[in-house]
Design a protein around this ligand. Structure first.
Ligand code: SDX
Length: 382
């Protein structure tokens, strides 16, 4: 922990180990790799729930009855369309990175949301649900447009995950692919005070609107130290090319003080509990697609990194996710956008929590520069 105690203040760089508020949404015990959403274990939710049910749980604080879930799901399906003007904007910025296009389109959507100025909790949640429903349409439409294809209109007969894949590929996904995407969204839905959620909360603490806070979250998630790791891991696996080369490749990174992407976490000092759910799918999907090498390379990398476990460095949620997306035929620069699609409910929840007992988030920096210098006119400066 990098803290420097001067005679005045204690600096906690990166706010490492700092608790800035209380929450009843997400519990993380990094020492044992435990994660709860509203008290429910992530393993139970990944194995037994659906993304729609998890969104309901996160935003309403309880699991829905069948009737509640059906009504909630109907509303989500009804909210998937985006205005033609926003499609035009996507077309204008189509050469940008998918996360930049998503950030731009979410900004634009604020001009079409009748409740944009309403920061009541109920309105925040309604707006967050509309963004959750529309964001897959944005990501899929952009990919189609940049490929010179017409965007595929949302299909209300498919669930959230299935509809995203349908709009992306223009054909109905298999049950297995829908389930994999659904589990992936569950795993990425919420994670406490992670950097992008914190950015959204800082924005909300100034009493800005949800759209602005989500834009802050998207902008923050894009960094490879946070959400961009899945893409970097898959690029690393492609560069390695075959399992035998994994050892030398990783050692070269480590010997030069670099980071092996997909490993390490600010909070988890045991294995990220979300990783195992994507590990299984990376293995089975690789065999099913006749490309077992990617899982073999990743498994080899895990072996090479084993000694680092003693220092609390384990695989995180992103390590296997990239290979799963790759095997599903998803373009690599969209991997990070998939993380954002899952996390919009989590950002919405953090914004609602911040507003519930709002206080401006404004930390301090300890000044160690010169004091009270004399201002010399430019004519006298040498
Ligand atoms: C996510 O916070 C969240 O909840 C985020 C997230 C969420 O759901 O929102 O869980 C999602 O962001 C997952 C993380 C995805 N990022 C990566 O996989 C990128 C690679 N990981 C590292 O960049 C790093 O582990 C971080 C950024 C994730 C965490 O970094 P910290 O907590 O600031 O720790 P650090 O960088 O100071 O590292 C501490 C030590 C260092 O060694 P020393 O300098 O003390 O000798 O651990 C080493 C690091 O060198 N280390 C690694 C490593 N990660 C840390 N060494 C090799 N490879 C790595 N990946």
């Amino acid at each position: 922990m990098t803290t420097t105690a001067t005679n005045k203040v204690e600096i906690r760089r990166g706010l490492m180990g700092v608790y800035f508020d209380r929450t009843d949404s997400c519990f993380i015990d990094g020492t044992i790799g435990k994660l709860l959403y509203r008290g429910y274990d992530i393993h139970e939710l990944a194995e037994k729930s659906t993304f729609e049910e998890v969104i309901y749980l996160l935003l309403n604080g309880k699991l829905p009855t069948r009737r509640e879930l059906d009504g909630f799901d109907r509303q989500l399906r009804a909210d998937r369309d985006i205005p033609d003007d926003v499609l035009d904007i996507i077309n204008k910025v189509k050469d940008g990175h998918p996360m930049d296009v998503l950030r731009t389109a979410v900004s634009a959507l604020s001009a079409y949301d009748p409740e944009v100025k309403d920061n009541s909790e109920a309105a925040i949640i309604r707006k967050g649900l509309r963004l959750t429903a529309k964001a897959p349409t944005i990501v899929a439409a952009h990919d189609r447009i940049r490929k010179g294809l017409k965007p595929v209109k949302p299909n209300a007969n498919l669930n959230h995950a299935g509809n995203f894949l349908y709009m992306l590929f223009g054909k109905e996904p298999s049950e297995d692919e829908m389930h994999i995407m659904d589990v992936d969204f569950i795993l990425h839905a919420e994670h406490g005070a992670n950097a992008s959620a914190f950015a959204a909360r800082v924005a909300a603490s100034t009493q800005t609107d949800l759209h602005s806070a989500v834009v802050a979250g998207i902008a923050t998630l894009k960094g490879p130290a946070h959400g961009g790791a899945a893409e970097e891991v898959m690029k690393m696996a492609e560069e390695i090319g075959q399992p035998e080369k994994a050892d030398g490749y990783a050692r070269n990174i480590l010997d030069h003080g670099g980071r092996v992407m997909g490993f390490g976490h600010r909070v988890y000092k045991a294995e990220d509990p979300r990783a195992r759910h994507m590990r299984e799918r990376s293995h089975t999907l690789g065999i099913a697609k006749g490309q077992p090498q990617w899982f073999e390379i990743l498994t080899k990398l895990q072996e090479v990194m084993k000694p680092y476990q003693a220092r609390g460095i384990f695989v995180n949620v992103d390590f296997f996710a990239g290979s799963v997306y790759y095997l599903m035929g998803i373009p690599e620069d969209i991997f990070i956008s998939i993380f954002a699609l899952g996390r919009i409910p989590g950002w919405t929840l953090n914004v609602a929590e911040q507003y519930r007992s709002n206080i401006l988030i404004r930390p301090l920096t300890d000044y160690n520069g010169p004091m009270d210098l004399e201002y010399v006119p430019i004519s006298q400066r040498r």
